[in-house]
Design a protein around this ligand. Structure first.
Ligand code: PLP
Length: 401
């Protein structure tokens, strides 16, 4: 079934790829194809050595001194600024810590507390990653609000005088659809409310432009396209002008203006540190810090251009190799509506097809009941692998399952 022309084209696209040298910075082999970086990013090679130093020298020898001398105490804000560059946030607005789930909770409650009188409605993206919906629901109950479920694309029109906050996923984790962050942000703000954007599937895959688009609040994880490692801490963005009004529902001692004053009275820190809770998990945080080195000097427009070229090429290869009628793309064809993954609905035997694909060396993932997901990480996915993945998928779907 191999189409030599597509394989040749893949080779030419790799040769012309301005990001091609980046792949060598990751612990990947050429025997298998890894298209699950939208669930767990690949390991940047530099992480192991850096973590060994953190463990052996900073923890093992300096011990308690490392909170100051190795910069542990301020790492959540320092690493936050590094993540900030990748989501278009100027310094001092992003803090790293906790999980995305916990940060959704902080952001939603804080947004409701900032909302004016009579605003008691929380809009939730109908297709949201479930955790955001669970936490927004709990936050709403705790603050006397009610939840209204709306499609992300309809949020701009749905926000009204009762709306306190809208919770939206920038990229739909299931379909790979990219939502209109600038337009939705502007419309919801014009209605007097705020949006909490979940950037889990966009940070590291495409430019986000938080400051440029006047976003108020955002959260995201770092273990997908940012390659921070399993369970790497998440981040919280609070726009600078809002920080003085950010009243955290989890005001732990790390977010105190004077944490070592050990006062019984709470006084919030200024700036991004206000989003902290308790002691940061330093090993994960510094693994992330090391993982972020692969982004140094990488222009985000080049990342987006390659991401779109990879997903375009994959869709073409699927069209050429996969038997007619076995799969149907769920990911929009329009670039303006596409994140960095391709989701294919596979009517019959999707779970078995993905298991067989993985046995044949191509790792994507399966989302019940019938979705095959393929994530394209622009720093390390090649066009050659993309062609191979589609070709093997075609072979799997042509065979008996
Ligand atoms: C991956 C993902 C999460 C994960 O939340 P955790 O608290 O980090 O487990 C949340 N939201 C979205 C949109 C995701 O894609």
């Amino acid at each position: 079934m191999s189409d030599g022309a597509l394989a040749d084209e893949a080779g030419a696209l790799d040769a012309a790829d301005p990001l091609r040298a980046k792949r060598a910075e990751f612990a990947l082999d050429d025997d298998t194809v890894y298209l699950d970086g939208n669930s767990l990013g690949a390991l940047p090679r530099a992480v192991a050595g850096r973590l060994a130093d953190v463990v052996e020298r900073e923890w093992g020898r300096l011990r308690i001194r490392s909170w100051a001398e190795s910069g542990w105490w301020t790492a959540p804000e320092r690493v936050g600024d590094r993540v900030g560059r990748l989501v278009g946030a100027g310094p001092g607005q992003v803090v790293v810590g906790d999980s995305t789930s916990v940060n959704v909770f902080k952001a939603v409650v804080a947004a409701v507390r900032m909302a004016g009188e009579g605003r008691d409605e929380v809009l939730v993206d109908a297709a949201t990653f479930p955790t955001d919906g669970y936490l927004a629901g709990s936050a709403a109950r705790m603050t006397g609000c009610r939840v209204r479920v709306v499609e992300a694309a309809a949020m701009a029109a749905a926000a009204g005088p009762r709306t306190a906050v809208a919770v939206a996923n920038h990229v739909d984790y299931r379909t790979g659809r990219l939502h209109d962050l600038p337009g939705t942000t502007a419309a919801v703000r014009a209605a007097g409310a705020r949006v909490v954007w979940d950037l889990c599937h966009s940070a590291g895959a495409l430019p986000v432009g938080l400051d440029a688009h006047g976003v108020d609040l955002a959260v995201g994880c770092t273990y997908k396209y940012l390659n921070g490692g399993p369970g790497a801490p998440a981040y919280l963005y609070v726009r600078r002008e809002l920080q003085p009004r950010f009243d955290s529902p989890l005001p732990g001692w790390n977010s105190h203006a004077d944490p070592f004053g050990m006062s019984s009275a709470y006084a919030p820190a200024e700036g991004a540190a206000r989003g902290r809770v308790g002691t940061p998990d330093i090993l994960s945080l510094l693994a992330l810090d090391a993982a972020l080195d692969v982004w140094d000097g990488v222009p985000l427009p080049a990342v987006r251009a390659k991401s779109l070229a990879l997903t375009d090429f994959f869709l073409r290869c699927v069209g050429a190799y996969v038997p007619e009628g076995t799969v149907e793309p769920l990911t929009p064809a329009a670039h303006a509506e596409r994140g960095s993954q391709v989701s294919l609905r596979c009517a019959a035997g999707a779970g078995e097809a993905m298991a067989e694909l993985i046995r044949r060396g191509v790792t994507g993932d399966f989302r019940r009941p019938d979705v095959l997901r393929f994530g394209f990480a622009p720093l390390y996915t090649t066009f050659t692998e993309t062609e191979r993945a589609a070709r093997v998928l075609g072979e799997v779907l042509a065979g008996p399952l």
